[in-house]
Design a protein around this ligand. Structure first.
Ligand SMILES: [Zn+2]
Length: 307
């Protein structure tokens, strides 16, 4: 911890030409070009945090509590992969103190938005930095264990910006990490009720890689391999073959995507379509209102479809 603080202070003193990034597997905060920060905030008010998408809000809210305000850029129900930022997003970033992004390429539109907002006081935390990822798949948060690492990074970032409340952030993070550990156990138990040979999924987009790896579900196929790119008929036919070969019982998708291709594939394979999984976005309803309720809901849906 001490070394991270030291590095941060050192960064605060360098004159910034281009955007600076601190490496290492722990927390790194980027500074925007031309930034000349104080080492810590001198604030009586709350830290204004902007997240890129709503699933990440829970981590910041849980750790920051009453010392932060949290606003997400990608609206609930929209996809962060294909998002088109608005002028309001630029205004939001221009006023923010901390931007929390997932990274690993999911927010392809973000660099331009940050540059346009041109906010010299903006600090940037990239949650997936330094974590091992599979095939550049950005959906690390879908594994509660990796989500717990995200939470630790949020606590370190807020502590660097607001040292007087370090113990509060650490305590809040530890409490939330405990909830995530309990959630992980709960999901493992629920998945264990599915017969092993039925623990297979075909998914619309591969938000499920890390969740499936954690809980022993085989990702048999992915319909949309790169965001916004429609698969061709021969690829769909190969997924139908895989569905039969591995006895897949359902094709899983999210409400933000058109169900047409998933439905056509499911029909050809003679299996079900499940179109209400949440991963890149929480929902505007009480059942899926934050990260924990989202994973709990999704797990219920998956177990019901595969059991
Ligand atoms: Zn996604």
């Amino acid at each position: 911890m001490k070394s991270v603080v030291f590095v941060f202070i050192a960064l605060g003193l360098v004159s910034c030409g281009s955007s600076t990034r601190l490496g290492g597997p722990s927390t790194s905060l980027r500074m925007t070009p031309g930034a000349h920060h104080d080492n810590a905030l001198h604030h009586d008010t709350r830290i204004s945090v902007v997240t890129t998408f709503s699933t990440l809000n829970s981590f910041v809210e849980a750790v920051g509590g009453s010392y932060v305000t949290v606003h997400n850029l990608v609206p609930i129900g929209a996809s962060p992969e294909t998002y088109q930022p608005t002028p309001q997003d630029i205004a939001t970033l221009a006023d923010a103190q901390l931007l929390v992004e997932n990274g690993t390429g999911i927010e392809v539109w973000l660099q331009h938005t940050i540059a346009t907002a041109s906010n010299p006081n903006l600090r940037i935390l990239i949650l997936s930095d330094g974590l091992k990822h599979i095939d550049h798949n950005p959906h690390l948060w879908m594994d509660p264990f990796l989500a717990s690492l995200y939470v630790g990074k949020v606590a370190r970032a807020l502590s660097l910006m607001d040292p007087p409340h370090t113990s509060v952030y650490q305590r809040n993070a530890a409490a939330y990490q405990q909830k995530l550990a309990a959630l992980q156990d709960e999901i493992a138990k629920a998945i264990a009720t599915i017969p092993p040979q039925r623990r297979t999924m075909i998914v619309f987009h591969n938000a499920w890689q890390y969740y499936n790896d954690r809980f022993g579900i085989r990702t048999v196929g992915v319909i949309e391999v790169s965001p916004g790119q429609e698969p061709n008929p021969s690829y769909i036919a190969s997924l139908v073959d895989l569905a039969r070969k591995y006895n897949v019982r359902a094709v899983f998708s999210e409400p933000e995507y058109s169900p047409k291709i998933a439905q056509a594939l499911a029909k050809s394979a003679g299996i079900r379509t499940v179109s209400d999984l949440y991963d890149d976005s929480i929902a505007n309803n009480a059942r899926v209102h934050d990260y924990i309720s989202m994973l709990r809901y999704d797990t219920g849906v998956i177990v019901k479809a595969l059991k």
